[in-house]
Write a protein that binds this ligand. Sequence first.
Ligand code: LLP
Length: 463
Amino acid sequence: MSRSAHPAGPRHADVLTEGHYTAPPADLNALDPKVWAHTVSRNEDGVVSVGGIDVATLAEEFGTPAYFMDEADFRARARSWRTAFGHDADVFYAGKAFLSRAVVRWLHEEGLNLDVCSGGELATALSAGMPADRIAFHGNNKSTEEITKAVESGVGRIVLDSFQEIVRVAHIAQSLGKRQRVQIRVTVGVEAHTHEFIATAHEDQKFGIALADGQAAEAVRRALALDGLEVVGIHSHIGSQIFDMAGFEVAARRVVALLAAVRDEHGVELPEIDLGGGLGIAYTSEDDPREPHEIAKALNEIVTRECEAAKLRTPRISVEPGRAIVGPTAFTLYEVGTIKPLDGLRTYVSVDGGMSDNIRTALYDAEYSVALVSRASDAEPMLVRVVGKHCESGDIVVRDAFLPADLAPGDLIAVPATGAYCRSMASNYNHALRPPVVAVNDGEARVIVRRETEEDLLRLDIG
Ligand code: LLP
């Protein structure tokens, strides 16, 4: 189980000695490279910098809260997935983790493909010049408009998620005089060891078509019979923030078994399998994520072995990492506003953002780290809970962490590993203005998604 996604046990100060934080870290000024973006470091004056620019300068120029993304790190991680899988495989970055036009351009330049799951993501991808044939379109309930747009624009594949959708996509493609390349998403019946809300391959959930009881084989049968569709492969995604490769291996084995069954029944060898995304990242020093090359090796080996045993040609493999590419590349910078020590419990540190810029703690009980970044401190560690400014007691950003006891209003603190599913799941709760995303690279910082303004809010409110 991923500690970050699904920490065990109650979370009161009096049980902390039995839980995650048995002791404060040896050095509160240290920045664990596992959880911080590559170019983040603490300068001699104690101030933290990213991409060669210190956080005080960044806060002054761009304000807080704000997400700062290390472009070089993003590109390096994208490249390492690409290199690990090589030319006989495709890496589709999962746009739901975080998508903007700059990111689309980086991905294109680094040779990655893109997975989108809504008309909005598709529009973003196309507007930034991602070639349509390098885009895969996902979703369990794509609208007619979304399917039409996807087919018209020529997306490389649509991942079919239900029996209705098989017919729907076939009809739309045919009416547009096209034959759409599709994969069929199956649920392989694997219980991924992650938070229930982000596990997707056990049978009792909304995604995909079950392999069990022959449903997936029936889906392939129906799809092969329709002129509007070119069935190119099978897709499986077992969940998110997963550390254990075992689930992927079982999924790969079962998907290959379906390919063999399809060959036996129809005489057709489907040329592709997609094993989805879901690889976990380090949110705290306790997490030990796998490297892309280990993942590629494990998946290639299992698929090759199973295909040899079934006398199948090895299909082209694709994967869809989202979090593993973008997650570690950004941190959220906050300014400390108020500090409330609660005797015998902990100290509540309120920042100028909260659940509107990071819902993951409230939603999944996710764990995060935090550090004082505007200066170094030799003060004693203090047990804190970092909370936001929303009207809700569950508005927690970092549940349990240590910060120096001399923390003061006006200090800047940063929460690392917020590149994935933070800005993309941000909300306007309490009419908060969603923070900007600022890309930092080699001494230059530029806004890639600007901060919302009150005018933005009022523009939608036309009553
Ligand atoms: N492919 C498919 C079909 C997916 O549904 C997902 C994520 C991915 C790839 C990318 O998964 P990743 O590599 O990023 O784990 N909001 C949750 C995560 C939801 C993931 C949804 N699907 C969170 O904040 O943890």
